[in-house]
Design a protein. Structure first.
Length: 453
């Protein structure tokens, strides 16, 4: 490699940090910028990466020829540091291109989809690790088994979360891939559902070996030269599916996994909820297609501990449970609500939701309202803007006015803890992809200190 330094603009992003960790593992000097400190940036600093939190080109390494600059498309084009490196002639590349380059010449196993991809890719990586096969993995969440979003191996297998944002996944040419969902999302990029599906078909066309598709998705043999299999939670026509499904009182499922070459009896996934069974079937399909032995797949599924912020149960005692979930799309909220109802039948669900992006709120306000109507009480926060400027007329009120549930209230994020202090909690769930995760620790501590209130 001709570089000895890598500088990241947006180093604290979940995808960016995995690549930063890769280059640090390779022995390069890694540094970067992020807008605000976080638990993740703190961990990167402990790992030896210099990080600053102001838009200041003075922090950028000065050796232009020996420094690679990696940026996330979420960074605005007029950011001073980004303008600086472009004007001075640094090699400047998007995160997705770097991931594509890393995976070239290796056996790339990719998981794409508008939701479900983080848990499925993390499950896949865990099966490879736990089975002894090993893999390098670039994940969109923190694996609770390994405490990181980056795994490394000396074999030539790379597990990658294939992100559709900004068409990033078109940089990958996987040997085996899964597509979990193709719902409308990122309409600021795609404009409509037709262009979303077009991008996924383009991704399908780049799969070189086997493509595993959620049953019912509009992907056919005309879209790819790869061999196509289907998977489902319980549709028996799917090539990979569950039968003889049972669930215990805590939401843990046992099932028989049917696949093209037989049945793996008595499977279970180490985290609760039917959604995780479906994700586990998709991950098992990758592993079985690759050639990992069925008994090792079964053992690995059982020891999976989950992903931080993906149906992440922090408190679960009689009369009180707290779940944190990254869900930021109506379909994800619906799926999570369904799982919660199945695990905790007849209980009162209080949902806290922080909308993510003005454009997503504008495009899906009615769908969010419908999905959140599945709660018994809604606590709705202000929109988390991320990379976006405000859009006139777009606010949380667009969702709030149409939510049909027994109780609902709209408050500012700063008021949340004070509000919850006075709130009786049966089942509490926090939803969102913004900075609502900063509340998981305080909420958990508050609920654990309650004496059955």
């Amino acid at each position: 490699m001709k570089y000895d330094k890598v500088y990241f603009i947006g180093i604290g992003g979940i995808g960016m940090s995995a690549i930063a960790r890769y280059f640090k593992f390779k022995g390069l000097e890694v540094s970067g910028y992020d807008r605000t400190p976080s638990e993740l940036t703190g961990e990167l600093e402990k790992e030896g990466m210099a990080i600053h939190y102001e838009d200041n080109p003075d922090f950028i390494p000065k050796d232009v020829r020996k420094t690679l600059v990696v940026y996330t498309p979420a960074i605005p084009a007029d950011m001073k540091e980004l303008v600086y490196v472009r004007e001075l002639g640094y090699d400047v590349v998007k995160r997705s291109r770097v991931l594509g380059t890393i995976s070239e010449g290796q056996r790339c196993l990719a998981v794409a989809g508008t939701h479900g991809k983080t848990t499925t890719s993390t499950l896949t990586a865990h099966i490879f690790e736990a089975s002894g096969e090993g893999c390098s993995a670039f994940l969109g969440g923190i694996s609770k088994n390994y405490g990181t979003n980056f795994l490394v191996s000396y074999n030539n297998v790379v597990v990658a979360e294939a992100d559709e944002f900004d068409r990033s996944f078109l940089q990958l040419h996987p040997e085996i891939a899964v597509i979990t969902a193709m719902d409308a999302d990122h309409l600021d990029i795609y404009s409509d559902i037709g262009h979303v599906r077009e991008a996924f078909r383009a991704f399908a066309s780049q799969v070189t070996g086997t493509l595993i598709v959620k049953y019912g998705l509009d992907i056919s043999r005309k879209d790819t030269g790869a061999k196509i299999f289907t998977y489902s939670y319980d549709v028996q026509e799917a090539d990979f599916h569950a039968e003889n499904i049972s669930v215990d009182g805590c939401g843990y499922f046992t099932f028989d996994l049917h696949y093209p070459h037989g049945i793996i009896s008595g499977c279970s996934v180490g985290v609760p909820g039917w959604v995780n069974v479906e994700n586990g079937i998709a991950a098992a399909a990758i592993a079985l297609t690759y050639g990992i032995a069925p008994d090792r797949v079964k053992a690995a599924l059982k020891t999976f501990s989950g992903v931080k912020r993906r149906f992440d149960i922090h408190v679960n005692r009689p009369g009180c449970a707290y779940i944190d979930d990254y869900a930021h799309h109506p379909k994800e909220i619906e799926a999570a609500m369904s799982s919660i109802r199945e695990i905790f039948p007849g209980r009162k669900i209080t949902a806290v939701f922080q909308p993510h992006l003005y454009t997503r709120t504008r495009d899906f306000a009615a769908d969010f309202a419908k999905a959140l109507g599945g709660a018994d009480k809604l606590i709705l926060l202000d929109i988390y803007p991320a990379r976006e400027e405000p859009i006139p007329g777009v606010s949380s009120e667009m969702i709030f006015k149409d939510v049909d549930c027994p109780e609902k209230v709209m408050i500012r994020k700063e008021e949340l803890m004070q509000y919850l202090e006075k709130e009786p909690v049966d089942i509490l769930v926090t939803f969102g992809a913004g900075n609502i995760d900063r509340f998981t620790g305080p909420i958990t501590e508050m609920l654990e200190n309650r004496s059955g209130k």
